[in-house]
Design a protein. Structure first.
Length: 340
């Protein structure tokens, strides 16, 4: 964004505050405080209500400062509001247990998007796989897409062209998939290498966020490998799919005790419905139940359990999430923004 664009947006915020103050005959400070509260509320909706997010608008410049406050602790129980002492000391060697650390969130773009509405870009998590550049299939007009990847009139490169958004997985062979990338809301990217070491899990309680071709949130007594077979290879299933992508999510204490287990820092919406669904698959003659038929495909990356699964009728690809200690040490910036 250009400096002129930033200045104009900051000025717009102050002009709105001045106009509302004059129209309603109230103190300008009260208007700015209301705008701060509105941005703060929207930020919690965007990044998660469990986060301690605060907003400040400079009454002279219009600069918006959005921060997430974390308490320094020796043992983290809630990663949305707490930070490990060792992690805090990487930023500030003088940090000690009990201190509060503020992390900056993208303030101006976020404030403008929710308060003024100038932004037209979609923001959020992303997941993608890189294919062999030589891959071709009659289903995809790849050559036409490549032909459209020409520079703009000003010489800047064309960043992307969508070739297909429909029935993609079933027409892509999994043999060429080696790395999957998870991107946070802030653009930090984590590569996940494909693994042949599938997790060995027994029947129990599991939760899956299906990503494609549909995106319901479901609970099941089926472990991941059996869930894959149920979706793609069970001839008696009424929801047979030619290909699927899903992620296993953590259930915490609810996996052992869905009725009375403590929720703690589980960030899922409608916990009551989740409990009821888990109890149903545990006690009734069903092995899978939808919690939300059209659930958003955005989920906290910190809640990924074993990893992400992509499969068709012939094979299954597994992309495990590294252990948390490795994420904190090797991919620190990704890990911190993944919990935002």
């Amino acid at each position: 964004m250009s400096i002129a664009g930033v200045s104009a947006n900051r000025l717009e915020l102050l002009q709105i505050a001045d106009a509302v103050a004059r129209e309603k005959s109230i103190d300008r400070k009260i208007v700015i405080q209301a705008m701060e509260n509105a941005i703060q509320k929207a930020a919690k909706s965007r990044y998660g209500a469990e986060n301690d997010i605060r907003c400040e608008i400079d009454p002279k410049t219009g600069e918006t400062r959005l921060t997430r406050v974390l308490a320094v602790v020796e043992n983290v129980e809630n990663e949305s509001t707490e930070i490990l002492l060792a992690d805090a000391q990487r930023r500030n060697p003088e940090a000690k247990v009990g201190d509060l650390i503020a992390e900056n969130l993208p303030p101006l773009e976020f404030g403008t998007y929710y308060s003024v509405g100038y932004s037209k870009k979609t923001r959020g998590q992303a997941m993608f796989l890189e294919l062999d550049p030589n891959f071709r299939h009659d289903f995809f007009p790849i050559e036409k897409g490549i032909a459209r990847c020409v520079p703009h009139e000003d010489g800047s490169p064309k960043k992307s062209v969508y070739i297909s958004t429909y029935r993609v997985l079933e027409h892509v062979p999994l043999t060429g998939l080696d790395t999957l990338y998870l991107v946070t809301r802030f653009g930090e990217t984590l590569p996940l290498a494909r693994s042949d070491n599938f997790p060995t899990k027994e029947a129990g309680l599991y939760m899956y966020q299906e990503i494609a071709p549909k995106n319901p949130l479901v609970v099941s007594t089926l472990p991941p490998l059996e869930m894959y077979r149920f979706l793609t290879q069970d001839p008696e299933s009424l929801i047979h799919m030619p290909a699927t992508c899903f992620v296993e999510l953590r259930l915490g204490e609810l996996a052992a005790d869905p009725e009375f287990g403590e929720v703690k820092d589980l960030p899922y919406e409608n916990i009551y419905q989740l409990r009821e669904s888990l109890v149903a698959v545990k006690t009734k003659n069903v092995h899978t139940k939808m919690v939300d038929r059209v659930h958003t495909v955005e989920y906290p990356y910190r809640m990924i359990d074993s990893g992400i699964y992509i499969g068709n009728t012939d094979e299954l690809a597994f992309f495990p999430l590294p252990p948390r200690d490795e994420l904190r040490n090797k991919y620190y910036r990704w890990w911190r923004t993944a919990n935002s």
